[in-house]
Design a protein around this ligand. Structure first.
Ligand code: BES
Ligand code: MN
Ligand code: ZN
Length: 476
């Protein structure tokens, strides 16, 4: 699905949305006296009021300017999502958003929430089912917003939808090779390059972590290298993104125990979908930054040759790891990508992964767990982006004491630590493979939802895409 964005100061469609910042003032909204009285009364209890003229649907959305900027804009996105719900019910596909001249950003946020909330994954529905409803056109009317801003919003929505589509794609239709081929197609459209390393190359590179996890699979692994290197890049050393690409995680021989714990494990490549979609945005918007994205990919299964608890493996870095739980596979494949990233002499590396249930247990679905050695300033910038786009980041510590629990009796380290602080020992494991400024983002909590959270629609959310885009835009 693709939403068309346009920019015409004229209103065009039967549905129109206005924003107000004071629930007692409706100036500028073309209402009759009766309608205005009705709307003011509705606003005593509501934040979104609908004036239904049958031939015309007028939405009036309130956002509270006394809140912090981040919360204020998030209110606009949420109102946009509510409007999308009503358009769906009324089967209306086109809408004008009247951008308030006092604060054009709010109009864009409303459009963003409206678009994101209209996402649907219809690929596996029968044709008649597909025709139910689609949001087709959003026209930004009223105060003029720049063409660039609208283009960027349209690309952002596209990038988020691509990430959601990839996460929602079941493993029966998305093995490691297909995932890599998807990146290749995204690159062709947007303008970044993709190189796919197949199993022989992965063996030659001695990526023992990725190869070990892949042993129980009947499909070969892939390692994708995406690059966007514009002539006007502001950075001389690249920024490298790394995404976990486990297309399905059964746990391997340390099989996931209960029925529920495996149900959503097609989402275990969400990190890879995030980094590829960020590359898509960067290339399509010609962001002046040199970026590389690396995705190690396989499924994690317990077939005959599967790696087993007690195994010792040689990693790409040359270090050895004792495997004590085959369900802690994400850190093994990421570690190989992180040590491979050293060759780029990167300015910064950010990995994105559905890495631990522990991160989800600690903070739930409303935030991303971040860790790393990149320094306070970088972290602050990332947290600020988190507030801006409402994909908030909580920093966990990498205190050396947490490293005790990943010491092995027979190898350089083992792949699981204490149950308590499990998100941190996973981070401590990854830290052993980096020698550059690095941030690890554990998106296990927000990556996949079983019920929608406003415009974060159920299924894959693409959480992390908008965060990294905002962060990189600010860097460039
Ligand atoms: N992919 C899972 C983590 C996960 C859990 C993602 C829930 C999304 C939702 C990861 O590979 C995993 O299995 N982690 C284990 C690690 C443990 C064995 C040390 C976990 O968190 O239980
Ligand atoms: Mn696992
Ligand atoms: Zn996993």
């Amino acid at each position: 699905m693709k939403i068309q964005f346009s920019r015409s100061t004229q209103v065009r469609f039967e549905a129109k949305a206005y924003l107000i910042f004071d629930r007692a003032v409706l100036t500028g909204i073309p209402l009759t006296d009766n309608e205005a009285t009705y709307a003011l009364k509705q606003f005593e209890e509501n934040e979104l009021v609908i004036v239904n003229r049958y031939s015309e649907l007028i939405f009036i959305a309130f956002a509270d300017p006394l809140k912090s900027e981040g919360v204020f804009l998030e209110q606009c996105r949420k109102r946009g999502n509510e409007i999308s719900g009503i358009l769906r019910k009324e089967k209306i596909s086109d809408i004008d958003i009247i951008i308030p001249s006092a604060n054009p950003k709010t109009g864009l946020a409303l459009a963003e929430g409206l678009a994101l909330g209209s996402y649907q994954f219809l690929k596996y529905r029968s044709a008649t089912d597909k025709k139910r409803w689609n949001l087709e056109k959003i026209n930004l009317a009223g105060s003029d917003v720049s063409k660039t801003e609208i283009d960027l919003l349209a690309i952002l929505i596209e990038a988020v939808f691509m990430a959601r589509d990839l996460v929602n794609e079941p493993a029966s239709h998305l093995n490691a090779l297909k995932l890599a081929e998807n990146f290749e197609s995204m690159g062709k459209v947007a303008g970044f390059t993709t190189e796919i390393f197949h199993k022989d190359r992965i063996e030659a590179l001695k990526m023992g972590g990725l190869l070990a996890v892949n042993l129980g699979s009947i499909d070969p692994p892939t390692f994708s290298v995406m690059e966007w290197k514009p002539a006007d890049a502001k950075n001389t050393k690249p920024i490298v993104l790394v995404g976990k690409g486990v297309v399905f995680d059964t746990g391997g021989l340390s099989l996931k125990p209960t029925k529920d714990s495996m149900d959503s494990m097609k989402c275990d490549m969400a990190g890879s979908a995030v980094v590829a979609s960020v590359m898509y945005f960067a290339a399509k918007s010609r962001l002046p930054l040199h970026l590389v994205a690396l995705v190690p990919s396989t499924d994690n299964r317990p077939d005959g040759n599967a790696y087993a608890p007690g195994d010792v493996i040689y990693m790409h870095s040359g270090q050895t790891v004792e495997v004590l739980n085959t369900d802690a596979e994400g850190r093994l494949i990421l570690a190989d990508a992180l040590s491979f990233a050293k060759d780029y002499h990167p300015e910064l590396v950010i990995d994105v992964a559905t890495l631990t249930g522990s991160a989800a247990m600690a903070i739930g679905q409303h935030g991303i767990v971040g860790m790393g050695n990149a320094g306070a300033q970088t972290f602050q910038a990332l947290k600020q982006s988190g507030e801006n786009v409402y994909e908030r980041v909580v920093e966990f510590p990498l205190w050396e004491e947490y490293g005790e629990s990943i010491k092995s009796d027979i190898a350089d380290m083992k792949n699981i630590g204490a149950r308590e602080g499990g998100a941190i020992s996973a981070g401590m494991f990854l830290e052993k493979f980096v020698d550059y400024p690095w941030i690890h983002l554990d998106i296990a909590g927000p990556a996949f939802l079983t019920t929608s959270d406003h415009y974060r629609t159920k299924g894959g959310t693409a959480s992390g895409v908008r965060l990294l885009i905002d962060f990189l835009k600010n860097m460039a």
